[in-house]
Write a new protein. Structure first.
Length: 276
């Protein structure tokens, strides 16, 4: 009974109350942690949903009206009307206007995502079967990030989302992410930041985000990539600049970019051609 009540409450709670990871029975987005995600949520909640609900209600009304008004009992002789010019003009113009209204804010959202500002921190994410490799090219840092098995989880760590080596970034800084893959297609996705980019072998895709609050944020590979596709989580810690500098100092020793580094579980040297 307690579980049923909890699930029901979770279904009814608004999106803003959710934490920075997916919840059981969750409907809607995770709480936005960047301006890009806020724009996406606004477009969804205040543009798409009202239009979809309005069209659905209007079509349902027409179906019910037609079933009642034009049933055989009331119309023993079928109508011979072949067309209606006014109606045909309206059902052509109105959808066009709706699409235009939707297009303007959607183009704005897309433009803000694709226009990458000068980066404060650059990170390279490489997808492997089935883990992520990360590099901070400006800091000479290189490490792999594997999911932690259920048997090794500590209290409070989310299942299928916790990794051994987490990504750290400073809050309120522009983070540029270069995304590629070593073997098959992957996708680097962080819902709270409104980020999702395909990782394609042989090329580099770019994206960016600017986290506006601290915390631990979770994502996953979002492109079917094999039997262990569901075991490629992404964990990003957004911290203060002071905490980030402290982590950076330790990481430069622990994850120094060296092809003989024993901290690397798998070492692969790859050359990529960046495609903008």
């Amino acid at each position: 009974m307690r579980k049923l009540i909890l699930n029901t409450v979770t279904l009814l709670l608004p999106t803003i109350l959710f934490a920075d990871q997916p919840k059981d029975w969750q409907l809607g987005f995770q709480k936005a942690a960047s301006k890009s995600m806020e724009d996406i949520v606004w477009f969804h909640d205040y543009m798409l949903l009202p239009i979809i609900i309005g069209i659905t209600a209007f079509v349902l009304f027409l179906v019910i009206y037609a079933c009642i008004r034009f049933r055989a009992q009331n119309n023993p002789v079928a109508s011979q009307t072949s067309h209606n010019t006014i109606v045909e003009v309206l059902w052509t113009i109105i959808p066009c206007l709706i699409l235009i209204v939707m297009a303007v804010p959607s183009f704005k959202v897309l433009y803000s995502q694709d226009k990458i500002p000068p980066a404060d921190v650059t990170i390279k994410a490489v997808g492997y079967q089935w883990y992520w490799g990360y590099e901070y090219p400006d800091e000479n840092i290189l490490f792999d990030s594997y999911m932690i098995n259920d048997s090794e989880l500590k209290p409070g760590q989310p299942r299928l989302l916790t990794v051994d080596n987490e990504v750290f970034v400073p809050v309120n800084k522009n983070i540029k992410v270069l995304i590629t893959a070593n073997d098959v297609l992957h996708a680097w996705a962080l819902p709270a930041f409104g980020v999702k980019r395909d990782a394609v072998p042989g090329r580099i895709n770019e994206t960016w985000f600017r986290a506006d609050r601290t915390g631990t944020f979770y994502g996953q590979c979002s492109e079917l990539c094999g039997i262990k596709h569901a075991f490629m989580p992404i964990t990003v810690n957004v911290v203060s600049e002071e905490e980030y500098n402290n982590w950076l100092k330790d990481a430069k020793q622990k994850f120094a970019k060296d092809l003989t580094n024993k901290n690397k579980k798998v070492v692969k040297k790859i050359k990529f051609k960046e495609i903008k």
